[in-house]
Design a protein around this ligand. Structure first.
Ligand SMILES: Nc1nc2c(ncn2[C@@H]2O[C@H](COP(=O)(O)OP(=O)(O)OP(=O)(O)O)[C@@H](O)[C@H]2O)c(=O)[nH]1
Ligand SMILES: [Mg+2]
Length: 315
């Protein structure tokens, strides 16, 4: 393929919380970078990942779900998602396959129409509803939102028709050289991915209101070789040990005990599950130490949000 025929561009994934944006993005690039959970508002920031093959490069932007925010964190999340619309060549609008159009879909539809970008509707979770319901959803969306370019029915979870999505995007991208070298999968730092993995386990294991008020910071990552020597510039080898110290931050004193659990069992479980994924990510052994801290009502505190990386000043 000659350089003049290579296509490259940016695509954002937009939709309500919990529709499967992060799951789909991970499937599109073939690697788990963004965390996912059955809880709405799992993704809190913009996550950039890269798909590259011999004739195109697609830079994906995963975004937080659009919702009526009830605190400053929520406002930041919605601003972040909307902000991606001006940066991209096309938009994947994700909805669940059985969705009945309501005020939320109309608000998102209006926003997307105004963006002037090509909108590809993705009906996700087709494994959960029957085929006639999926077709009906497609018809209703096309009728109500005539600006939609195409409709693709997928199951992100079951990896069904993922290639069709890539094909739809490919045709819309402008000709041009790639933005990233072909090995690049994400712009996220290792430290950021590690803290997200820990947050994912907390989201999945905790219940009620507690997990929504959780943030995670990684204080220290230090690699030791078999002899206990440390060298910050070395790539990890399987026999090495990465010492990681991280804090699980909650927003109320009463939540601290819940995160720790009876006899420390909850925190231990979060640690065990996180360590497994982190070892896979880093390809070395991991010693993970978790601490629990309280930062009272941090989700509505601008200073706290900034220090946790939930602000536009993040580079
Ligand atoms: N059955 C089924 N479940 C799915 C599918 N895709 C995603 N899910 C599930 O839906 C839930 C939400 O998935 P996420 O990828 O975290 O959704 P999201 O849109 O990124 O959510 P936010 O980050 O909160 O906006 C998870 O439990 C996924 O496993 C699918 O195709 N079929
Ligand atoms: Mg997400």
């Amino acid at each position: 393929m000659g350089a003049e025929q290579f296509r490259a561009g940016f695509v954002t994934l937009i939709g309500r919380p919990n529709v499967g944006k992060s799951t789909l993005m991970n499937q599109l690039i073939g690697q788990k970078i963004a965390i996912t959970s059955a809880r709405p508002q799992t993704t809190r920031g913009r996550i950039l990942t890269v798909y590259t093959d011999e004739d195109c490069q697609i830079v994906f932007l995963d975004t937080p779900g659009l919702h009526h925010s009830r605190n400053k964190l929520g406002e930041y999340m919605v601003r972040t998602a909307r902000g991606t619309l001006s940066e991209v060549d096309a938009v994947l609008w994700l909805v669940e396959a059985g969705t009945v159009i309501g005020s939320e879909e109309r608000a998102i539809g209006e926003l997307l129409d105004k963006s002037g970008k090509p909108i590809l509707l993705i009906l996700n979770k087709i494994d959960t509803v029957d085929a006639t319901a999926v077709t009906r959803t497609a018809e209703r969306f096309l009728q109500e939102f005539p600006f939609i370019r195409s409709v693709t029915q997928v199951s992100a979870l079951k990896r069904q028709r993922i290639d069709e999505v890539l094909q739809e995007i490919r045709e819309l991208l402008p000709y041009g050289p790639p933005f990233y070298d072909e090995e690049t999968v994400t712009e996220e730092t290792e430290r950021a991915i590690v803290s997200e993995i820990i947050r994912e386990k907390a989201l999945r294991l905790l219940s009620d209101e507690v997990p929504h008020g959780i943030a995670v910071t990684v204080e220290r990552m230090r690699l030791r070789d078999r002899n206990g020597e440390t060298d910050p510039f070395r790539e990890p080898e399987p026999e090495d040990l990465m010492d990681i110290e991280a804090s699980v931050i909650c927003e109320k004193d009463s939540h601290k005990g819940i995160v720790i659990g009876k006899g420390g069992r909850m925190l231990k479980q979060i640690g065990i599950q996180a360590r497994k994924d982190i070892e896979e990510l880093l390809q070395c052994r991991v010693n993970l130490q978790l601490f629990v801290k309280v930062r009272r009502d941090w989700r509505d505190d601008a200073t706290q949000l900034r220090s946790l990386g939930y602000s536009e000043r993040r580079s």
